[in-house]
Write a protein that binds this ligand. Structure first.
Ligand code: UDP
Ligand code: MG
Length: 316
């Protein structure tokens, strides 16, 4: 909590992973905007195991300005882990989560603050227009569409990374202990009083996106397993349907044999039936196994992240 009783504190929570080209510009733009606000602030960077100059660059700035803080994870946890650590370490009354690539522009920060001060617990940024290739837009449409359908979460369309929430919301977030975590899902799941504002978008300032197609797909798969029992239900229904077809076919063959034809069972059809049957069984057992794997992982009380070092953070 801040020393003064009236001034509230805003924490920016920023995961960084190989972002050396963005750090300086990000700090320059955000501190310029933050200085105009009647709030104390801190910028909590969480390094997710970058091997480039990201960490030294942040540390350099942290010497000049002790509102710049750094939590270094000891290896690459993935964005979800980095954000989790950032929210855990941020001490502000308001927490604003954004990426360092400046796709969500810092000039929007005052609007987020103004909106949350109306008494909301969470304010989502919604993208005005996405500065993305048509392929990316299509993929993200499919991604969010499928996800909402499977999980029933109703995540708003065009959700930006940038969002602000209050201490109460952050404390709730910190209660979520699952390892297999889908952050957007948790944000919706927490509920509380929510608002949205439409924000402008820019191109990534520098560097490249860390999320290629296969990483995005892995994320979607995880999110579905995390928030839905539908794949399991699908397995059960499909299994039932196949058994029904099997029984009907059998009855059909018996009747055919008795009354009409005297046909000879052929090897090819037999083999294909066996292969199809076994294949499906293995496939469905696989789905069940994935869930069991997740349960196994959750059942171990391991910490959510592992920290190597912190800078300008005083709680150890
Ligand atoms: N990021 C991270 N760990 C990772 C991958 C990415 O902390 O394993 C961070 C990255 O530094 C960036 C944010 O997550 O701040 C979003 O990544 P990016 O901008 O590459 O994704 P996009 O905006 O293209 O979805
Ligand atoms: Mg980005």
């Amino acid at each position: 909590m801040s020393l003064s009783t009236t001034t509230k504190k805003l924490s920016l929570v920023v995961p960084v992973y190989f972002e050396q080209e963005c750090i300086h510009q990000f700090i320059k733009e955000t501190t310029a905007v933050l200085a105009t606000l009647p709030l104390d602030y801190e910028i909590v960077f969480v390094d997710d195991g970058s091997q480039d100059n990201t960490v030294p660059l942040i540390k350099e700035k942290a010497v000049e300005n002790d509102c710049i803080k750094l939590v270094e994870l000891s290896y690459n946890h993935g964005k979800q882990g980095a954000v989790t650590a950032g929210i855990r370490y941020a001490t502000g009354d308001y927490l604003l989560y954004m990426d360092p690539d400046l796709q969500d522009p810092p000039d929007e920060i005052p609007r987020f603050v103004a909106e949350i001060e109306k008494g909301y617990d969470l304010v989502f940024g919604i993208r005005e227009e996405k500065m993305d290739s048509w392929l990316n837009s299509l993929l993200s449409k499919i991604f969010w569409g499928t996800l909402n359908k499977f999980t029933g979460l109703q995540i708003p369309k065009g959700l930006a990374v940038m969002r602000i929430f209050n201490r109460k919301f952050a404390d709730k977030f910190n209660e979520y202990g699952e390892h297999n975590r889908f952050i957007e899902g948790i944000f919706i799941h927490i509920g509380m009083k929510r608002s949205e504002i439409v924000i402008k978008q820019r191109e990534r300032f520098a560097g490249t996106s860390k999320f290629n197609f296969s990483r995005k797909m892995a994320l979607a798969f995880n999110a579905i397993l995390d928030f839905s029992q539908l794949p399991l239900l699908f397995v059960v229904r499909f299994g039932f349907f196949l058994s029904l077809v099997g029984v009907l076919t059998l009855v059909g063959i018996v009747i055919a044999k008795l009354f009409f034809i005297d046909f000879q069972a052929g090897w090819p059809s037999l083999m294909s039936a066996i292969l199809l049957g076994t294949g499906l069984q293995i496939f469905f057992m696989g789905i069940v196994a994935v869930y069991i794997g997740k349960i196994y992982k959750e059942s171990k009380p391991r910490p959510l992240f592992s920290i190597r070092e912190t800078t300008n953070i005083d709680d150890e």
